[in-house]
Design a protein around this ligand. Structure first.
Ligand code: ADP
Ligand code: ASP
Ligand code: MG
Length: 453
């Protein structure tokens, strides 16, 4: 009998939640425990995307063979626990053969398009295996190629979704299937209009889950990961970090945007547009509960969380002429716009502009925003000073610019740190501090102790 599932839940499982057979089995139990879970979005098994990225960069043959062997071992370990491994082994072998062929091409002529094609195989393999795990547990489960609905532009490595095409395709190709089976699909990957595979940027499976949730009017998006929710800071840095049970979209979105890796930075935007609550919990320990991100206004504390982004670059641009600072600012921002670079932190003095650049904000898919072309153009207009190896610590809170004592609370803890740049005032909810990356963890620990423990 056909059942009409509305509303339904999208469940996304990250790399550690599908790392091996036991993890997949635990995640399958989560799916099967709730009849409302109709769509499952998966990351590649832990470590797989990194191996594929290395292969896409063009490796010598012996290194390629090493990586391929490691990939094969991860997949075969999962297959070896299946009751009927033969069907799926053939499909996985085909994908492993593809990977090998693409890795050889990447060695000869690497390209961004080829890299996305290769890297997509991680999610293709994990989703095939997980579908089989569900079927062996007697679930009505179907595999779905996310590229059939996730239409993106051709910005390989960091593609942007075409929301109206996605909405239309998902409603016509995916929605009807949810009524007959639990559909398992891939996070992170998409397809451009020419039919080439694209990816949404590292960690992009969270984004896929909320994009599909938005397109299909889901009642909730569940993000299952290796921590039991969103904490006051990364618990790996400050073990006394506390779980936040309820948090507003805007606070959690600021946390993600400023580096809280637990969510891809764009994840909450689709959910926010439709008011779809997002739950974050641990697939290893469902009893531990988690965090609900939703439309809440109650109880927003002055200090909410600390986030960190590493690999930051500071550019100091010194004007060569005596010209009004407004003309110099206009000139520099026009250059940045032409190179599609957005600086998220800016401070200025009479004849100097300081900018912090973040590689994760690169729209080009390149690992770094400061390309040679940008550096050359900037150098012809001003003296450019570049400092790499920095980290950006952000204090996320509420009404930070209105409250007395915020700077005293934040800065007394930086007496041993060389602060390169401070941004406060543009947003009521963030206070940003740029400092050498090797001192970031100790700064977070100290600040967390002062503000949250
Ligand atoms: P997944 O593979 O499931 O997507 P990620 O590694 O991308 O998982 O994200 C989970 C990790 O995010 C955690 O292991 C934790 O170290 C890190 N993290 C960073 N900031 C936070 C935070 N504020 N709260 C919880 N986890 C955080
Ligand atoms: N597998 C991809 C990555 O490692 C996407 C994801 O995990 O969300 O970046
Ligand atoms: Mg992630």
């Amino acid at each position: 009998m056909t059942r009409i599932y509305s509303p339904f839940i999208v469940a996304k499982f990250g790399g550690t939640s599908v790392a091996n057979f036991d993890a997949m089995n635990r995640s399958a139990s989560i799916v099967l425990a709730d009849h409302d879970v109709r769509l499952v979005v998966l990351s590649a098994s832990a470590g797989v995307t990194n191996l594929l990225v290395e292969l896409s960069e063009g490796l010598e043959i012996h290194q390629q063979l090493d990586k391929l062997e490691t990939l094969r071992t991860i997949q075969y370990n999962i297959i070896s626990h299946l009751k009927q491994p033969s069907v799926i082994r053939k499909e996985i072998d085909n994908l492993l053969d593809n990977i090998s062929r693409l890795a050889q091409s990447a060695n000869v002529s690497p390209s961004d398009a080829l890299s996305d094609e290769l890297v997509s195989h991680g999610e293709l393999m994990s989703s095939l295996l997980f579908t089989e795990v569900l079927r062996e547990r007697h679930a009505e489960a179907g595999w779905f190629d996310a590229r059939a609905v996730m239409r993106t532009n051709s910005n390989y490595g960091c593609a942007a979704p075409d929301l109206s095409a996605l909405h239309q395709l998902a409603q016509s190709h995916l929605r009807p299937r949810l009524e007959h089976a639990i559909m398992v699909t891939q996070g992170f990957i998409g397809r451009d209009v020419s039919g080439h595979t694209t990816t949404l940027g590292r960690g992009g499976s969270d984004y896929t889950a909320s994009l599909l949730g938005e397109a299909l009017d889901a009642a909730r998006v569940d993000i299952w990961t290796d921590v039991a929710g969103i904490y006051t800071t990364d618990p790996r840095i400050a073990p006394k970090a506390k779980r936040i049970d309820h948090i507003s979209f805007s606070e959690a979105s600021d946390m993600a945007a400023y580096g809280a890796k637990v969510l891809h930075p764009a994840t909450l935007l689709p959910a926010m547009r439709k008011g779809i609550p997002v739950f974050v919990g641990s697939s290893k320990d469902t009893a531990a509960g988690g965090t609900l991100v939703h439309n809440t206004t109650d109880n927003s504390p002055r200090y909410r969380a600390l986030a960190v982004r590493r690999k930051q670059t500071l550019l100091r641009l010194h004007s060569l002429e005596t010209q009004p600072s407004s003309a110099f600012l206009a000139q520099i921002f026009a250059i940045l716009a032409r190179h599609a670079v957005s600086a998220d932190l800016v401070t200025t003095s009479e004849n100097c502009i300081a900018l912090a650049l973040d590689p994760t904000l690169a729209t080009s898919g390149e690992d770094h925003t400061l390309t040679t072309a940008l550096f050359t153009t900037l150098s012809s207009h001003c003296r450019v000073e570049v400092e790499t190896g920095l980290a950006l610590i952000t204090l996320i809170g509420n009404q930070l610019t209105q409250a007395a004592g915020v700077c005293k609370d934040a800065f007394t803890w930086f007496e041993e740190h060389a602060v390169r740049m401070i941004c406060h005032g543009a947003s009521d909810n963030t206070l940003c501090i740029l400092l050498p990356a090797d001192t970031a963890d100790s700064a977070i620990k100290a600040l967390h102790y002062r503000l949250f423990e």
